[in-house]
Design a binder for this molecule. Sequence first.
Ligand code: ARG
Length: 579
Amino acid sequence: MDLERLLADRLAPAFAAVAGGPVDPAVRRSQHADFQSDAALGLARRLGRPPREIAAEVRERAALADLCAAVEVSGPGFLNLTVSGQALGGLVSAMAADPRLGVPAVAGPETVVVDYSGPNVAKEMHVGHLRSTVIGDAAARTLEWLGHRVLRANHLGDWGTPFGMLIEHLLDLGEAGAAQELSMGDLDGFYKAARAKFDDDEAFRERSRRRVVALQGGDPATLRLWRLLVTQSESYFLTVYDLLDVTLTGDDFRGESSYHDQLAPTVEELDRLGLLRRSDGADCVFPPGSVGRDGEPLPLIVRKSDGGYGYPATDLAALRHRTGALGATRLLYVVGLPQRRHFEMVFAVGALAGWLAAPVRAEHVGFGSILGPDGRMLRSRAGGSVKLVELLTEAVQRATALARERNPELSEAEAAEVGRAVGVGAIKYADLSGDRHKDYVLDWERMLSLDGNTAPYLQYAYSRVRSIFRRAGAAARPDADVSRPDAEVSLAEPAERALAIELVDFAAVVEEVADGLEFHRLTAYLHRLAVAFNAFYERCPVLRADGPVRESRLVLCELTGRVLRQGLDLLGIRTPERL
Ligand code: ARG
């Protein structure tokens, strides 16, 4: 258990006794001691007593002797809590002996669907899809590590009216030529050429329309051509996932087309439930509380006036499938904030239909945009949207150059490997380390810097740990899942204590992140940990220390390495042995 909770559990009964009812002890980290409790201040008015007096009484009543070396009333009525070295050492030892680093697998595993990435067939994946892919992958990894059953759902845009023109364009190019163009990843060129013909050429437009009808009617020849487009795009997306080092595979594609057969039954069910209303020839649901800017009720269109189903109907069918057939109790949608309204309405309709009822819940894990250094939407030099592959390639090139410069003795292969881990890690970290609701500015210098809240800084701290063990000569235990099980941890130096306090906080942070999916809380934690480790390493000799002190410090080093590796792994970031 983490210290904050441990202390709160001890303080709660004392506060309750003083206040005559339950009180949250409000324990948090403090500048003046290890922790402080502020609850006495909030109680003062209610109890009509000076806060210092309340704090003093709680101090007398609380059973803290085995945990704290000092408990002091300070300022207007804070309780300052200093944890004893022995209690802290015990927590560190227990964590070091646990392969799961004090983070238990959840008692009640859930089936969680993580809907992420979701690029569109025959369209370039852009930086918006990057954020979804990076954040979604971190969510999938984290929940899986906690023991949940995670189903990755890549909601590929692979259906709809554009496929008429795309198939006709494919026929114009010839299958072989089109396949060649698509496999090279020139998806945008393909899409734009099709679009241009559609806009300028009446005959092409007519062919495209007929083709959509054939596609929806299940014409085998048309379906084969459609499949060709989908397969080519999928294989291209898989190369991007590989480059990006995410856990999505070919088995995770759950394209919009896969809900095709469920669209009519889904809408029929809404109809049976009496939820449908006709509006301008379309079938709509008006979820209560959904109003536009003008105050008019806002409909979710489930069947268009031409009888076709669109994006909203597909999401309703997917939601119904996920909570029904798949039995998921938590649905995550990692999609940009511009789609917030869409998901609010889909969830509201899901609730009306009874597909989404407690304890089952759906969450839109929204995020802001990626901005260029000028603070505007990220653009390529030519002014178009930036291709994801180009961005990744640039990151890896920059990081490889940096690795070579720092470490000339790295072999070509090693430099390439480190460059990839650092470059891709830097991009992911930059994305994950800010509040995801906000836009973030892509800044190469900053994200590749070895100083500051960056992936390279953490990877460097990890490689520092590894180099200690290489120098120790002793079994460098890169894969050890417990640290020197018998060594006693003694924490005499302030820098050792400070490091230990960070270490034992890991479980609480992971738990919080699994709940709110705010990964910047995990990055901030890992950064604090690395800072504490570097300070410890500067002040406390490890290999030159004697006997038990050396052993104890080696435990701190090893545990720091394991937490950094595990924490970065949850974020999908690699930890090379050498940097
Ligand atoms: N293909 C969509 C887009 O590019 C994202 C899909 C998100 N997932 C979903 N279930 N709607 O905007």
